[in-house]
Design a protein around this ligand. Structure first.
Ligand SMILES: *Cc1c(COP(=O)(O)O)cnc(C)c1O
Length: 393
């Protein structure tokens, strides 16, 4: 499914959605409906051959030996922590600048999330901070490959090996991403993927998968995702019900064939943005991320708009029918539900600065060059307008 001249609409446009799932799904509709019909007739709705096929192809694509389907990316994290017996009294290191599920999985098991700050350029865990946060209570680290770019895994794995700590990669945004040519999800003890519709491999509902290179860990993941049941109605441990259904797996199997193309199209769009921002002279006014990273799959293209201008820029983009989103406005260490952990304002300065400045703009694979031009042109006009207002004031 390469881009045709048709799908890369030319000419001027007057809107750009943050994400248009229909553009990705439409060309696959007949193939997906055919599989839905087969599954309907088979009566096999949970697990089955479609799920098995997906587990095999995700394992192959990431370079991990095993993959175990589950109900969501959030569950993948929870089940992984359960499989490593993480419990009250244990500490798990993770970023605060991430989606809620990274830390809620830890807290739900009674363990303590230990939030560390990010590298302000990559938005990923600052390894130096990770090192300083390790104590005898540290049982696991959850690096998040945020926005599609891998965290700095070599030093993290080195620390984990030295202190005998588990590494659970949060790969919800990074399917197909690589780090030193290794696939995300094949580096740590477990990789946790999400098939939520906004992810790079998006289903038509919830879904997730866990990858690992270790056969024993794979068995434990499967056990905990199936009520700890082995054999049927004999419960070895207290697990949860977290399974992938056949309809969801069928959609994902169809899309899985294009996952590398989706990543390549997103990389192309990122590089287009970089060039357009330079051409329109705004690359120094908005801090855009670098595009020289081969392994980046750009689940989001996230710029920084400093000096308290971000929210106004976003409002004006919305006026021009340009979709944008703030991932994430409130860092986890400042969430009400984690108040008891005692993190004060200012405790993670790079995280807090990012939360105040980031803005994600459209980057989905089928986004057209005309739409990208419209986005950058609009950003340039909005920023110029703000400078006029400032001068006048
Ligand atoms: C989406 C996401 C999750 C959760 O995945 P779900 O499938 O929505 O449960 C976890 N971590 C990160 C970083 C995510 O982006």
């Amino acid at each position: 499914m390469t881009k045709t001249n048709d799908s890369k609409r030319s000419g001027s446009v007057d809107s750009a959605p943050l994400l248009d799932v229909d553009r990705g799904n439409a060309p696959l509709k007949a193939e997906i409906m055919e599989l839905f019909s087969e599954i309907y007739d088979s009566g096999w709705f949970i697990g089955g051959p479609q799920v098995k096929q997906l587990e095999e192809s995700v394992a192959a694509a990431t370079g991990a030996k095993y993959a175990v389907g589950c109900a969501s990316g959030s569950d993948a994290l929870l089940v992984s922590l359960m499989a490593f017996d993480i419990k009250a009294g244990d500490c798990v290191i993770c970023p605060s600048f991430t989606f809620f599920a990274t830390a809620s999985a830890i807290r739900r098991l009674g363990a303590q999330p230990v939030f560390v700050d990010i590298d302000p350029v990559t938005f990923n865990l600052d390894v130096e901070q990770v090192k300083q946060a390790i104590t005898p209570k540290t049982k696991a680290i959850i690096p998040v490959h945020l926005f599609g770019q891998c965290a700095d895994m070599d030093p993290i794995m080195e620390l984990a090996g030295r202190y005998n700590i588990r590494v659970i990669e949060d790969c919800a945004q990074s399917i197909g991403a690589t780090y030193n040519r290794k696939g995300s999800g094949s580096i740590g003890d477990v990789g946790c993927f999400s098939f939520y519709p906004t992810k790079n491999l998006g289903g038509m509902g919830d879904g997730g998968i866990m990858t690992t290179n270790d056969a024993e860990i794979a068995d434990r993941l499967r056990l905990f995702a199936n009520h700890g049941m082995k054999p049927r109605y004999y419960h070895q441990v207290i697990g949860v019900n977290s399974r992938l259904d056949a309809m969801q797996a069928a959609v994902l199997n169809v899309k899985m064939k294009y996952v590398n193309q989706y990543g390549a199209d997103r990389r192309q769009n990122a590089s287009n943005y970089q060039q357009l921002m330079t051409r329109y002279g705004i690359s120094s006014l908005v801090a855009a991320p670098g595009v020289d990273n081969e392994g980046h799959v750009w689940n989001q293209y996230t710029i920084r708009i400093p000096d308290g201008r971000r929210d106004e820029v976003r409002r004006q983009l919305a006026d021009r029918k340009i979709g944008s989103e703030i991932y994430y406005p409130i860092p986890l260490h400042r969430q009400v539900c984690f108040k008891d952990l005692g993190y004060e304002e200012g405790s993670l300065p790079h995280t807090e600065a990012a939360a105040a400045e980031v803005l994600s703009i459209p980057i989905f694979p089928e986004l057209t060059i005309a739409e990208q031009q419209y986005v950058v042109e609009s950003l340039a006009e909005i920023i110029a307008g703000q400078q006029e207002v400032r001068k006048a004031a």
